[in-house]
Design a protein around this ligand. Structure first.
Ligand SMILES: [Zn+2]
Length: 216
């Protein structure tokens, strides 16, 4: 039996996110939404962030454009803009720990996730950085449930990345939660400590190891 934390990346989506919220409500599960700044700007419904917040989910920063990994930005300013512009959009809805997740380009934990300027900026501004240990590949295949449950079974505490812009997410999420509960897993909103590589500006060893590979 494992502990599961769900996280939803790359939203919010005006159609799918409210349906995901309904499924989570049905099971009384609280999660985190790692939002992309340009997706927030594209929203017509300004109440969506409010609804997510009111349901007790955590609203977190997942870059402004989600188009370039911080380790591959052309300037320090570009990297900092990716973080800062999204944070401004989530503003008062942000979790007080200022949770930030870098764009992972396929979910690989690589040195390209950060560059020196972004780590310095995140630390100086007391951000917390949340990575992941379980990728569902839900964006590649709508049959993501079994493979994800297999990964969960091998982890004490799985932090799963899902995407709340996929049309099939609400239905498959419902099935996933049902099966996970049947298998005796439990859900928590808290992140496994090993996936939080910066905590309120304090850099963890895991982040140092990751960034050393990038020769900072
Ligand atoms: Zn993403």
């Amino acid at each position: 039996m494992s502990t599961i934390t769900l996280s939803f990346d790359n939203g919010p989506d005006p159609i799918i996110t409210p349906k995901v919220l309904s499924i989570l409500k049905k099971y009384h599960i609280k999660t985190s939404f790692f939002m992309v700044g340009t997706s927030i700007e594209a929203l017509q419904d300004e109440h969506l962030l409010n609804n997510i917040y009111d349901q007790g989910h955590w609203i977190c920063n997942h870059t402004y454009t989600h188009t370039v990994q911080l380790g591959e930005t052309k300037s320090a300013k570009q990297a900092i803009d990716e973080i800062e512009k999204c944070q401004r959009l989530i503003s008062s809805f942000s979790h007080p720990c200022k949770y930030f997740r870098p764009y992972g380009a396929g979910g690989i934990l690589s040195p390209a996730l950060f560059n020196e300027a972004s780590i310095e900026y995140l630390a100086a501004n007391q951000y917390s950085c949340v990575l992941w240990n379980c990728i569902a590949y839900d964006w590649e295949d709508q049959n993501w449930i079994e493979g994800t449950l297999q990964q969960v079974a091998n982890l004490e505490h799985a932090l799963i990345v899902l995407h709340d812009f996929l049309a099939y997410m609400p239905e498959t999420l419902d099935h996933f939660i049902q099966k996970a509960l049947e298998q005796g897993h439990q859900f928590t909103q808290f992140f496994p400590e090993s996936s939080v590589v910066m905590c309120s500006g304090e850099v963890s060893n895991a982040l140092l190891v990751l960034s050393q590979k990038n020769q900072f």
